[in-house]
Design a binder for this molecule. Sequence first.
Ligand code: MLT
Length: 304
Amino acid sequence: MFKIQTLNNISVAGLERLPRDRYEVASEIANPDAILVRSAKMHELPIAPSVKAIGRAGAGTNNVPVAAMTGRGVAVFNAPGANANAVKELVIAGMLIAARNIAQAWQFSRSLTGDDAAISQAVESGKKQFGGFELPGRTLGVIGLGAIGVKVANAARALGMKVIGYDPTITVRRAWQLESDVQAALSIDDLLARSDFVTFHVPLTDATRHMINAERIQTLPKNAVLLNFSREGILDDAAVVAALDQGHLYAYCCDFPSNLLKDHPRVVTLPHLGASTREAEDNCAIMVADQIREYLESGNVTNA
Ligand code: MLT
C-alpha cells in the first residue's frame, strides 16, 4: 500500500487516479511515500524522510524546496500546461478590465444612491470617467512562451491584436503551436518599446526577479498596461506604482494580493485566481497523480 499525503485540497478527479486498493490518501498520514501539494509553502514544513516524490498540482514549483528535495533523491513533479487555458482566460479578462476600467466603474456603480434623476446624472458622469479603448490593432507583448504564454498570444491574435513574443530560453516557433503571425522580439527592451500591453509568463527565479524595474518601465510607450498573472516579484511593484502615479503607465493588473497595490486606483489585484477553475484543478490533479503513480509503481519519470 502506498501512502500519499495531501497538503491542500486536491481535486477528486486526481485522487481517483490512485486506486484505493493500492493507495491510502490523507492529509495526515505517517511515513508518506509521496506528497500532493497545491499552494502550501513546503519550505516551512517538515518533510518526512519516507517521501520519495512530490507532485505540485500547478505549473510553478516555487512553494516546493526543489533543490533540497532533489538533493535528497526526492522526485519533484509539476503540471505544465494543465491550467494554461484557465490562466489565459483570466489574462484576457485582465486586459479588458484594464482597457474598459471595469473594476473602477463597478465600484462607482455600487456606490450610487439617490432617485432616478440622480442616477441618470451619475450614469452620464460614469460614461465620461470610465470610457476606455478597444483591443484590435493594439500590441500585446508576451514575455515567456511556454504553454500559458502561447495560449495568451493566440487568443490575443483572435481578438485582433498584434502580438510580439519573447522568451530567453526557447525559440519562438516551438511546439506549443504559436500562430505564425506572432512576431519575435529581439530582446525584452525591444518588446517593451513596441507593446501597449505586456503580460508575463515566466517563473520567479533570480534571473526574472524585478525583470521590470523603473528603468525598463520608461522603455514602454506612455499609457501601457502591465499584466502579471505569474508571480509577485517579477515586476518591481514600487516602480510600477511610481510610473502609474507619474501617468506613464495606464494600469496594472496582477494575480496576487498586495498591501502596496491594493488601494491604488489604477491597479486591480486578484487573490491568485488564474488556475482556479474546476477544469484546471482537475487537469492539474490528474497530471500529477498519474506522474506520482507511474513513479512509485515503475520508477518512471514522465515529467521533469
Ligand atoms: C501555478 O503555478 O500553476 C499556479 O500557482 C497554480 C495554483 O493556483 O495553484
